[in-house]
Design a protein around this ligand. Structure first.
Ligand SMILES: C[S@@+](CC[C@H](N)C(=O)[O-])C[C@H]1O[C@@H](n2cnc3c(N)ncnc32)[C@H](O)[C@@H]1O
Length: 383
């Protein structure tokens, strides 16, 4: 394979800018930023490093090609023209896991999946001069996007989605995705030297992601990826190097002041277990506590949280009072900032304050808002 590859990183809609920054910080060149994905360029090391280090993407796809297609014939020929044999060994197990289309002549996901698979088989038959493939080797999942008739095809280097860091063995109800929590934290000015409280911590996702950011723990350093087995594309040595780099980067001497509270003591236990699994339990204090009792002696802290948003009818009825309580507790935390993600449309009304900023974010399929109530900056310390 050549020295440079193009990689596509899909993300939650609304988080493209944070992901772009992460990719640039890793040292890679951005090729395109589109709704829900960022394309970038890197060497083959980038496949391993992107999977291990990026906090806000859902997966990393190796772009195999892009071409225009308005008919199934064009889709077939365009797919067949790609040098699949450079990446797929003769025993590869390959299939199209997902095909998404938008504003395009071709719209049937299942037909696109089967045409693309047929075209790859045809190409492989010609190259390997066989009529049948056993497909009993390593897995090569394929994803197809078609937008305005432009087809992009990628090999999925990740496998199980990147939001599955592996630490969340136990989940409370309505957990926020790990990638979304990390991205929201990165959208705020919070850093490891500032106090952080999540008063509705559930499974502990915000506190755990924050502690990982603060201690510089790469989110993928304790898991494996589909492309770990692709010796032809990414030699094993590059993976070992990237895992070693992640290990070397951990800050072991940090002090952080992070708290997670929740009304439900069982949920708090599950957050504690998850933090232990993520090896960040020493940085976080969890406790069962009602948001109405939220107090803190420190100044200039941050609340970053996702309160209940009324998934069930009876919860919906309780929202006005709950959000009023959030507003009252926040008022007592003079000079703090508060950031909350919720799909509840009347959040500001009941909190009793208009947010300084409000960003529309999709939490899965749920249209949500990231309300930002900014407090003052702490005075600069004299050197
Ligand atoms: C949307 S969930 C938070 C999910 C969490 N971010 C996660 O990743 O698991 C809301 C949480 O608020 C908690 N909760 C509900 N009412 C509360 C209250 N009055 N005070 C504190 N926590 C409360 C629930 O027990 C639930 O775990």
């Amino acid at each position: 394979m050549g020295n440079y590859v193009e990689l596509i990183a899909p993300c939650h809609f609304g988080l493209e800018a944070v992901l772009k920054r992460e990719i640039q910080d890793l040292g890679y060149e951005i090729v395109a930023v589109e709704d829900g994905r960022v394309t970038f360029k890197g060497d083959e090391t980038a496949i391993a490093r992107a999977n291990i280090f990026i906090r806000t993407a859902e997966r990393i796809l190796l772009k195999m090609g892009s071409f225009k297609a308005t008919t199934f014939d064009e889709l077939f020929e365009g797919t067949k023209a790609i040098s699949w044999e450079e990446y797929l060994p003769r025993d590869a197990k390959f299939w199209v896991t997902k095909a998404t289309t938008n504003k395009s002549a071709l719209f049937s996901g299942s037909s696109i999946q089967s045409i693309v698979k047929k075209a790859i088989v045809e190409r492989m038959k010609q190259t390997y001069r066989v009529n049948r493939f056993e497909e009993d080797g390593n897995e090569y999942p394929i994803r197809v996007f078609i937008f305005k008739d432009m087809v992009s095809i990628g090999l999925d280097t990740t496998g199980t989605s990147l939001h599955k860091r592996g630490y969340r063995q136990l989940v409370a109800k309505a957990p926020i995705s790990e990638t979304l929590a990390a991205a929201l934290l990165m959208l705020t000015p919070w850093n490891k030297d500032r106090v952080l409280v999540d008063p509705f911590c559930g499974s502990g996702t915000f506190p755990i992601e924050a502690a990982m950011i603060g201690a510089n723990i790469a989110p993928g350093m304790n898991r494996e990826f589909t492309a770990c087995e692709w010796g032809k594309v990414v030699p094993k040595k590059l993976w070992y190097n990237a895992y070693d780099e992640a290990n070397d980067m951990i800050r072991h001497d940090v002090e952080m002041n992070i708290q997670g509270y929740d009304l439900d003591p069982e949920v708090v236990k599950c957050a504690m277990a998850n933090a232990k699994e993520a090896q960040v339990d020493k940085y976080i204090h969890f406790q069962a506590r009602d948001v109405k009792d939220l107090r803190h002696p420190k100044h200039y802290g941050f609340i970053i949280t996702n309160p209940p948003y009324g998934e069930r009818l009876e919860e919906k009825e309780a929202l006005p009072a709950l959000y009023k309580t959030i507003g009252e507790s926040f008022k007592n935390l003079e000079d703090w900032s508060m950031y909350l993600i919720t799909s509840y449309e009347d959040a500001e009304k009941h909190i009793g304050r208009k947010a300084d900023k409000n960003r529309k974010i999709y939490n899965g399929m749920i249209k949500s808002y990231f309300y930002q109530f900014m407090g003052p900056k702490p005075p600069r310390k004299d050197k």
